[in-house]
Design a protein around this ligand. Structure first.
Ligand SMILES: [Zn+2]
Length: 83
């Protein structure tokens, strides 16, 4: 799977700066609580972008969904750190 393909999609292109910003927040977080709060934001954002893709029916959207679901899994893994 080519992550770069998501750039071709205008929905993902639009969401990318936000997703990147949140990811940076996760990477730079000094505490678990901080990481978890960014992960929650990421999860919310990914859900929103996934919803925007609901009516996009193309092979490209398949790639988008796969990429977004990966991001979602990452966020969910971080949320588990809190327990
Ligand atoms: Zn997309």
């Amino acid at each position: 799977m080519q992550v770069r393909q998501e750039i071709q999609c205008s929905l993902c292109q639009k969401a990318k700066p936000d997703l990147d910003r949140i990811n940076r927040g996760i990477n730079d977080a000094k505490t678990v609580a901080e990481k978890v709060s960014h992960a929650r934001e990421l999860l919310q954002k990914v859900e929103d972008v996934l919803k925007e893709h609901e009516h996009v029916d193309s092979g490209l959207a398949e790639v988008c969904r796969a990429v977004l679901n990966l991001r979602k899994k990452t966020a969910e893994l971080i949320l588990k750190l809190e327990k």
